[in-house]
Design a binder for this molecule. Structure first.
Ligand code: SME
Length: 163
């Protein structure tokens, strides 16, 4: 299977997400294997948005464990409540971090990472079971537009693999 993503040239970020989501829906509609869908999600986001690091951390007991990702090698395990990812897990809420150096306890997997967004994913018991972590080499890359559409994308993923 090959999925080719296409976009109208010159559109803004919100419009790009609106064109991305229906194409993403087709990519994941027939597959329900967690690791496979998460892996293709990171590849699709890398291809369509080009961010520095895109990956999932999976809840395994008391820790987050590194899952499928695109980008440089990263830390394997993050404790509950630690760093941006562990905070998103503990609070059950998306974290938008314009400057990682100003986030208390930020875990620097790469010194090149300057801003970050982390979106939690929920299982059918409504427990956080994974987080999507996206890092940028630039300050203030992510805002409420990213939060809105990435949360929408995570709901689509949950419906495919955690139901
Ligand atoms: N910065 C994250 C750790 C994961 S890496 O960025 C890939 C955090 O503070 O949770």
């Amino acid at each position: 299977m090959e999925t080719t993503f296409t976009f109208t040239p010159g559109i803004d970020k919100a419009a790009r997400y609106r064109e991305f989501l229906p194409q993403f829906a087709l990519l994941i509609e027939d597959e329900h294997e967690e690791i496979s869908v998460l892996a293709n999600t990171t590849a699709a986001l890398k291809e369509c948005f080009g961010w520095f690091w895109i990956g999932f951390y999976l809840v395994r007991g008391e820790q987050l464990v590194l899952g499928p990702f695109q980008g440089p090698t990263a830390c394997y395990r993050i404790k509950h409540g630690r760093g941006v990812c562990g905070t998103a897990w503990a609070q059950g809420a998306t974290q938008v971090v314009p400057d990682v150096e100003l986030f208390p306890g930020h875990i620097a997997c790469s010194s090149l990472s300057r801003s970050e967004i982390v979106v939690p994913l929920y299982n059918k018991e409504k427990q956080v079971c994974a987080v999507l972590d996206i890092d940028s080499e630039h300050l203030a890359t992510f805002d409420d537009v990213d939060r809105q559409y990435l949360e929408e994308m995570c709901r689509m993923i949950e419906n495919g693999i955690y139901r």
